[in-house]
Each structure stands twice: as structure tokens, then as C-alpha cells.
Write a protein that binds this ligand. Sequence first.
Ligand code: BYC
Length: 322
Amino acid sequence: MEQTTPMHTDDPSLVAAFEARIAAGESIEPKDWMPERYRKQLTRMMSQHAHSEIVGMLPEGNWITRAPSLRRKMSLIAKVQDEAGHGLYIYCGTETLGVDRHELVQQLLDGRAKYSSIFNYPTLSWADMGVIGWLVDGAAIVNQTVLAKASYGPYARAMIRICKEENFHKRQGLEICATLASGTPAQKAMVQDAVNRFWWPALMMFGPSDTDSPNSAELLKWRVKRKTNDELRQRFINLTVPQAQAMGLTLPDPDLIFNETTKDWEFGEIDWSEFFEVIKGNGPCNHERLAARRDAHANGAWVRDAAVAYAAKHDARATAAA
Ligand code: BYC
């Protein structure tokens, strides 16, 4: 059965049929019937994800003019451009749920929408570019590889493409980190300082612990999420600790210890009060990030106007020719 307008009261038999499709591993496509909560949850999650990609361009954009070589500058520009592209794919994906991207962007600019906590921290040194690629894109890959199997087709397909690009991002970050870590004492100290500042915020990217994650149960039931926040965080830590060891870098957690039985790296307490402050808008750079987005949006008004004028002219010509 097809439906393009949202339903406010879900018919239980339709919900049962929908859940049977999910249980059978089928992909849900834009014109398929879906419970209103499923549509809402996906809109929330996908739009936050798109906003994260766009806001995520800012901390790295800050270093494009100061990259230490032409090669580093070219790869950083390409990475930041990729992030714009990821934002656009995901905004397009969100529009398949019947929402207008202008409304979503407005929610971001008004401060009503969330975006990833990680982008509210400052980028103070060149080493931060390496650590963002290694840890932030590394965390994103762990999260998004699983989202590539999400039940909603347009989101899952966007994730497949995005993860391919994120792999390059992670490798360029790792290469910067490895180079600095084997460089002069000052370079090694710079990358260690960046790791010290980004390690805990990177762990917070996976969201609150499972006991404090109000959306997880529904998202897991509908196979949007396939793993919990804590499961993915643990996977990321298990993958990352050996990489830090290989580069001779220390992770700033005195409680990090390998458990021979579970084969997991056990870790210390995350400062959840910091996380909740950041997502409430009180992180170190929340105001700066939103101000930069608002400026960019205002400065881009002429481009949007020109595109609308061009489309109108094109339509008028097509009508006259018909
Ligand atoms: N930051 O019930 P929960 C990138 C919110 S971009 C801010 O567990 P859920 C990259 C959450 O939204 C990476 N807010 O939520 C780009 C919820 O609030 P609301 C972005 C967070 O949805 C450029 C509340 O806390 N990736 O890779 O089940 C350069 C309770 O949480 C955060 C995505 O967006 C956070 N870290 O799980 C480099 C991936 N965590 O909405 C790299 C897609 C939680 O109820 N999203 N909150 O008011 C997801 O996988 C899930 O939405 C999350 C959260 C795991 C993030």
C-alpha cells in the first residue's frame, strides 16, 4: 500500500505488516507505508546527521589556510568538500520523508535542532586535523557502517557511499598523526595534546549510555539502529587503542585496561555532565558554530535568489516554446 502524506493514527494491522517487513529484513522505501513515529524518528536522526556534516566543516575549514604543505592543503580542502556533499545527500534523503530541507536548515539556524556534540570543541593546532580524521571520522565509520544496514533504504544507501569517503578521511588523519608522532619532540607533544583534548569528546559522539538513551529502543525495534550506543562505543575503543599504541600515543584514560576474557578494552567514566551541557548548547564553541552558519546562510542569500530567478527564467522560456 502506498501513502505519501503522513498518517496521524496508525492502523494496527498496517503497523503489524510494516513490522513483519522489517523482521524479514526488507528495505523500507519512501512511498511505502510507515508508522508516523518511524517517519519522525528518521527525520530527527537524519536531519541531525546532515546538520553535523555541515557544521562539521567549520572546525577543519579553520585550518585550510594554515595547512603545512600544498599536499596537506589539497587533501583537507577535499575532505571538507566531501562533508558538504555528505550533508547534501542526507538532506536529500530526509526530503524523501516528506520534509522540506529549508525547514530543517531553519531549525538548525534557530538553535532548535541538534548536531553532533564533537563539533563544539575548538581546533587549536594543526595536529587537531590529524586527530579529527583519525578519531572523529573513525568514530563516524564505526557508527555509519552499521547505519548502512538501516531499514530505511535512502539512508542506508547514503551511508554506503559516505563510508567509502570517510575511509579516506580517516586515513589522511591517521597519516597526519603518525607523521607528527614520529617527528620532533614538539610535533609529538602537539599530537599528544590533540589526542588528550579529543579522546573523551570522540567517545561522546556515540550518544548517552544505553540506560540514558530514550530513542534507542524504538530505533532498534525498527532496525534503524542495529547496535546500541554502548556497543558501538566499545567497538570503536577496541579498534582505536591498538592504533594509538602503534603510533606511540597515550590515550588520556588511566583506567583503560584490556580484559582477557571479554577481549574488550575497559575504560573509565565518561563525564556525562559535560556531554549534556554541550548538547544543550553550552559547549566551548556552540555559539561560534551557529553564528558562522547563520552568517554563511545570510551571505548565500544572493546565490539562492539567483538559482530561483534562473529556474523561473528557464520555466518561462520552456512555456513560451511549448
Ligand atoms: N551529539 O536517545 P539517544 C561526521 C542526542 S558527522 C549531539 O541515544 P539516538 C563527520 C540525541 O539526538 C557524525 N546530540 O539518541 C562530519 C537525542 O536528542 P533528541 C554525525 C546527541 O538518536 C564532519 C538525545 O541526545 N553522525 O561523522 O538514539 C567531519 C538522546 O540520545 C549526541 C550521526 O549523526 C551527540 N553525540 O542516538 C567529520 C549519525 N548523541 O533528538 C565527521 C546518526 C545523542 O531526542 N545518528 N544525542 O533531542 C546516530 O547514530 C544517533 O542519532 C546517535 C544518537 C547515536 C548520535
